[in-house]
Design a protein around this ligand. Structure first.
Ligand SMILES: [Fe+2]
Ligand SMILES: [Zn+2]
Length: 371
């Protein structure tokens, strides 16, 4: 559908554009000047912006504005600036700038089962890779099946997920019962839903849990949609939600060789107020100082969150077999496992990746016309 601008009306610091549909859009003068696409304002070789905003006064106003025919049934708004510079935008361009595309999230509870994808197809086929990443962006979780069982073979995932995000301890973490282990996962105890490395200010946000061998009774995998659960808490009890966003909590993981400590609230929001990080790790949570003025109210909120995360209605349980990889959005999805009930062999490897690289792999597939 063709979107055309039928008239322009100048305001004090913006231009009001009226679309042929009757809708109106406010175009601030500084925005119009800043986004000029002419060769003078861009690095021709790269299309990066060369123009710097400080070069014009903050109260910039055009000398003249008009609507011109831009050919191919499109029209353009043209702006003459006081310094002689000229900027043009086609209506279709302005329409493309109205909003950023958003990826829709699908929240889930205990009735959900993560979608399964074939490991080899994910690596070999751009289309299969795009399908998996789209599902991963929507739900924050999926399972790769028929994957190799050789140690460290999850390095192969870098072709799709980008470089491994290394953290302290091992590049690829080994999780098996180990009497010298530094973490609860190295015991046979149940591990309640949590996310990893909450003790980093920027915890890894994609986690691959690669089961190499699982001959153990028990040890079922558990996942919880942290964002879905917090979204519900936000509408049920906004005051508790706000406390979880506000009160700083210390987290720590350590061994003889390493120390990792950070102080951050349990919930993070983005600039638009959307939940974009949950930090929940009982084993790594440290004592909040008594000087925290909101301590009692925070504890009521934390209790509610802990209760909801550990309620069976929130938890999805399934068995991850040898040669299967559970992919989790590390800032959204909490993972855990039930207790190990036998001495059977069980060896899991964990590697982390960056969500930006996964998301942008899909963008790259699309922009390059590969899918
Ligand atoms: Fe973990
Ligand atoms: Zn320009």
């Amino acid at each position: 559908m063709h979107h055309s601008i039928s008239s322009l009306a100048p305001n004090a610091d913006s231009l009001c554009a009226t679309w042929s549909s009757g809708d109106q859009t406010d175009l601030p003068y500084l925005w119009l000047r800043d986004n000029c696409g002419c060769d003078e304002c861009r690095v021709r070789q790269t299309t990066e912006k060369r123009f710097h905003l400080y070069r014009v006064p903050s109260d910039l106003k055009p000398r003249r504005v008009g609507i011109e025919d831009a050919g191919s049934g499109d029209e353009a708004i043209s702006i003459d600036w006081p310094d002689g510079h000229r900027t043009r935008y086609r209506s279709s361009e302005i329409h493309g700038f109205l909003s950023l595309p958003r990826s829709e999230r699908h929240y889930w509870d205990g009735d959900f089962q993560p979608e399964r994808f074939d490991y080899r197809r994910f690596l070999a086929s751009d289309r299969a890779a795009a399908e998996l990443i789209e599902e991963f962006l929507r739900t924050g979780v999926c399972v790769l099946v028929d994957a190799p069982t050789e140690p460290d073979s999850c390095e192969e995932l870098t072709a799709r997920l980008g470089p491994i995000r290394e953290v302290l301890f091992e590049r690829i973490h080994n999780v098996k019962v180990d009497p010298k282990g530094y973490n609860i996962a190295h015991t046979a105890l149940a591990v309640a839903p949590h996310n990893d490395f909450t003790s980093y200010t920027w915890p890894p946000n994609v986690q691959a849990l690669h089961m190499l061998v699982n001959e153990c009774e028990g040890g079922e995998s558990v996942v919880v949609d942290g964002f879905g659960l917090l979204d519900k808490l936000r509408s049920d009890d906004p005051d508790k939600f706000d406390l979880l966003c506000a009160v700083p909590v210390p987290f720590r993981i350590f061994s003889k060789e390493h120390e990792c400590y950070a102080v951050k609230p349990m919930v993070g929001l983005n600039g638009e107020g959307e939940i974009d990080m949950v930090r929940f790790n009982t084993a790594q949570m440290q004592t909040i100082p008594l000087s925290e003025p909101r301590l009692r109210d925070f504890y009521a909120a934390y209790h509610e969150l802990s209760r909801r995360i550990n309620s069976p209605g929130a938890q999805v349980t399934f068995r991850l077999e040898g040669g299967q990889i559970l992919l989790c959005d590390g800032h959204r999805v909490l993972h855990g496992r039930t207790a190990l009930r036998s001495d059977g062999r069980r060896h899991l490897q964990d590697a982390y990746f960056e969500h930006d690289n996964v998301r942008n792999h899909l963008r790259w597939l699309r922009l390059g016309g590969r899918i």
